[in-house]
Design a protein. Structure first.
Length: 100
């Protein structure tokens, strides 16, 4: 998979991960095999937080702008380290675990 990325992300040299840069020194390194699932969870989380009128974002949109890339990095890091009950439910339902 060679995902289309914006200027706030790149595929690592080994081709296995995507590095996403957020604001204020934040970043996330996500396995390419997990990126689509994380984008789905990010969009579900946005709908939960902001309502059904929230637009669904693509990986290109997320990584093409500082605001969305920062929000995605913060979401991913929270998902890894401090999951909410809703995120735990997503994990169980989709069979996702951070360190597979």
């Amino acid at each position: 998979m060679n995902p289309e990325l914006g200027g706030y992300a790149y595929v690592t040299e080994d081709g296995k991960y995507i590095y996403i840069r957020g604001d204020y020194g934040t970043s996330a390194t996500i396995a390419i095999t997990r990126v689509e699932e994380m984008v789905t969870l990010f969009n579900l989380d946005n709908v939960k937080r902001y309502g059904k009128d929230m637009d669904t974002l693509t990986l290109r949109q997320i990584t093409g702008s500082a605001g969305p890339s920062y929000q995605f990095v913060m979401f991913y890091n929270r998902w890894l380290h401090e999951p909410s009950e809703v995120e735990l439910e997503y994990r169980d339902r989709l069979g996702l675990y951070p360190y597979d």
